[in-house]
Design a protein around this ligand. Structure first.
Ligand code: GLU
Length: 426
């Protein structure tokens, strides 16, 4: 994935994402005329666990990793959200991501709250054995803070189904029984859901389809640039061609990227990344930097890496008609304003990338009922949820005359506040 490079490429990468969340809540509170007590709860994580995780390394030494798990707000149900392994992870990034999970689950009308976890580490520098020991040790450290009826983690940046499998196994060993429901994004053979692998990107396709219809863009003729080539970026590149016939003309990752007018083959770009560590060695077209890619004259720009990549310094250069945020928090509030004034249609992150957690929710339902659905059923249910959420946001943005992100906040936060009121919190 392009995490580190995306940060490097971003002049405002130091921007604190939790401050961004708090600004966004303040804006939403004004629109909804919320009282100060309600706003105070919305701006604070309900519970945080900070852990030090000792792990035996292959050379016999012990390294202590820093880890976190946060229940941001569980007014609407069990906390839900991924675990990120990243060298630049901070508690404020995890707080921001946990807040966005709260709004994401609410917006998709999932009966879940928001949570997130993280470990400060660089998985690229760990052996498979070290990664397994770290994953299991993380679960031992947060054991009492997670659970099928308390807080259900999932994959996020640099974590994957194998890591979910180790974590589920560790939790099951400690509990003395199989506990498939403790985590989602598992391999299919141990309670994973059909369609979870590409769910984030597929969910994004459904809302891109709705946005294109709205703007009168023919997707079969559309050009696309994708920043980030991890799970979301690769699947987006593959699906946008497969489902709509759109042409991906540029992709990039942390080391740089390629621009090719004739189109880039998603699979070949993935093979290149797997064999050389980056898509920038792809033997087609010309090289393109992260910043150049964001400014390309394309119909659809898909930021699929990390926070703050579209900021006040480069937002004015964005030429895309649609920015589909598959990453969490890729656009700063200042950039949002600039894009809105330029008439760029932004599909905000916690709408655009909600396909992942939606299929995670389906996985929880399947685990609990011991009855599994086929791919077609998952896609159909995902399509319905994403489409409904998109139109709820679009209608709200028209009703209040606000941008799509503010509208997504209005829909999501309203529901969280309703639950807090019903429970007597405020
Ligand atoms: N990490 C993903 C997200 O940010 C998925 C979370 C989940 O499936 O719980 O939405």
């Amino acid at each position: 994935m392009t995490q580190t490079a995306a940060r490097e490429a971003s002049p405002t990468a130091t921007e604190n994402p939790f401050k961004v969340v708090q600004q966004q809540i303040d804006k939403c509170a004004q629109i909804l005329k919320l009282d100060p007590q309600t706003v105070a709860i919305l701006k604070t994580p309900l519970r945080e666990l900070h852990v030090a995780i000792p792990v035996r390394m292959d050379d016999g030494t012990v390294r202590v990793f820093q880890g976190f798990r946060i229940h941001y707000n569980d007014a609407r149900g069990i906390a839900k959200g991924g675990i990120r392994f990243h060298p630049e992870e901070t508690i404020d990034t995890v707080r921001a991501l946990a807040a966005w999970m709260t709004w994401k689950c609410s917006l998709l009308d999932l009966p879940l709250g928001g949570g997130k976890g993280g470990v400060v580490c660089n998985p690229k520098e760990l052996s498979t054995g070290e990664l397994e020991r770290l994953s299991r040790a993380y679960v031992r450290s947060v054991y009492k803070f997670i659970g099928p009826d308390l807080d259900v983690p999932a994959p996020d940046v640099y974590t994957n189904p194998q890591i979910m499998a180790w974590m589920m196994d560790e939790y099951s060993v400690i509990s003395g029984k199989p506990q498939f429901g403790v985590i989602t994004g598992k391999p299919l053979c141990i309670g994973g859901s059909a369609g979870r692998g590409d769910a984030t990107a597929r969910g994004g396709m459904y809302v891109i389809r709705e946005a294109a219809r709205e703007l009168g863009i023919d997707l079969s003729q559309a050009t696309v640039a994708i920043q980030g080539y991890g799970n979301a970026g690769y699947h987006a590149a593959h699906l946008i061609k497969e489902v709509f016939g759109a042409k991906v003309v540029a992709v990039c990752d942390s080391k740089g990227g390629r621009f090719c007018k004739a189109g880039i083959d998603a699979r070949k770009a993935l093979e290149c990344k797997e064999s050389t560590g980056s898509v920038c060695q792809l033997p087609v077209g010309d090289s393109v930097s992260n910043q150049e890619l964001l400014a390309l004259d394309v119909d659809i720009l898909i930021p699929a890496a990390i926070e703050n990549v579209i900021n006040e310094r480069n937002a004015a250069k964005v030429k895309a008609k649609i920015v589909a945020e598959l990453a969490n928090g890729p656009t700063t509030p200042e950039a949002d304003e600039i894009l809105f004034n330029k008439g760029v249609h932004v599909i905000p992150d916690f709408l655009c990338n909600a396909g992942g957690v939606t299929v995670s929710y389906f996985e929880m339902v399947q685990n609990a009922s011991l009855y599994y659905w086929d791919e077609a059923e998952v896609y159909d249910k995902l399509n319905k949820r994403m489409t409904a959420a998109y139109h709820a946001v679009l209608n709200t943005s028209r009703q209040y005359k606000i941008n799509m992100r503010q509208a997504a906040y209005v829909v999501a936060v309203k529901r969280v506040v309703e639950a807090m009121k019903a429970r007597g919190w405020v």
